[in-house]
Write a protein that binds this ligand. Structure first.
Ligand code: THU
Length: 141
C-alpha cells in the first residue's frame, strides 16, 4: 500500500533528524534515513563513519537495524525515506538496497534533498532479480 502524505511528511522529518545526527567527519557527506515498519513505527538513523574508513555504516542500514530492534514480528518495511542536504537527491547504495530487500522487497523508496527533485521507486525497481530469503528455502536448506 502506498504511503499517505501524512506518513511521508513524518518520514521526511525523521530522515532530516537522522541527517542532523550523522557522524561524517571524513566525507562530510551527511545522510539521514527513516524507515516505516509494517507495524507503523518509524525508526531513523544517520551515517556513522570511522577512522578506519571501511567500517562506515550508511544511514539507511543504521535506520533498518534500529527498526528491526524496535518493531513487532514479522518485521516488514513499507517505506524508506532518505534525506541529504544537497541540491539533488541521493539514491541508496547497493548494500543498503540488499538489506532493505530482506524486509521490504516492495518497499517505497523516496529520496529527498534541499532542491525540488524527489526520487520515488519501489525497492524491486532498484534491485531487480534480487537474492533474498526465498532463495534459501529450497531443498537442502
Ligand atoms: N552513505 C550513506 O549513508 N548512504 C548511502 O546510500 C550512500 C553513502 C554515506 C556513507 C559515507 O558516510 C558517506 O555517505 C559518503 O560515502
Amino acid at each position: 500500500m502506498t504511503i499517505t502524505e501524512a506518513e511521508f511528511s513524518k518520514l521526511a522529518e525523521a530522515a532530516r533528524l537522522g541527517a542532523s545526527r550523522a557522524y561524517c567527519p571524513y566525507s562530510r557527506f551527511r545522510v539521514g534515513a527513516a524507515v516505516l515498519s509494517g507495524d507503523g513505527r518509524i525508526a531513523w538513523g544517520g551515517n556513522v563513519e570511522n577512522a578506519s574508513y571501511g567500517l562506515t555504516s550508511c544511514a539507511e542500514r543504521n535506520a533498518v537495524f534500529r527498526a528491526v530492534a524496535d518493531s513487532e514480528r514479522p518485521m516488514t518495511i513499507r517505506a524508506v525515506v532518505i534525506y541529504t542536504p544537497t541540491p539533488e537527491p541521493t539514491a541508496p547504495c547497493g548494500a543498503c538496497r540488499q538489506v532493505i530487500n530482506e524486509f521490504g522487497p516492495d518497499a517505497e523508496i523516496r529520496a529527498i534533498c534541499d532542491g525540488p527533485c524527489v526520487l520515488s521507486y519501489r525497492l524491486h525497481e532498484l534491485l531487480p532479480v534480487a537474492f533474498g530469503p526465498g532463495n534459501l528455502a529450497g531443498p537442502g536448506a
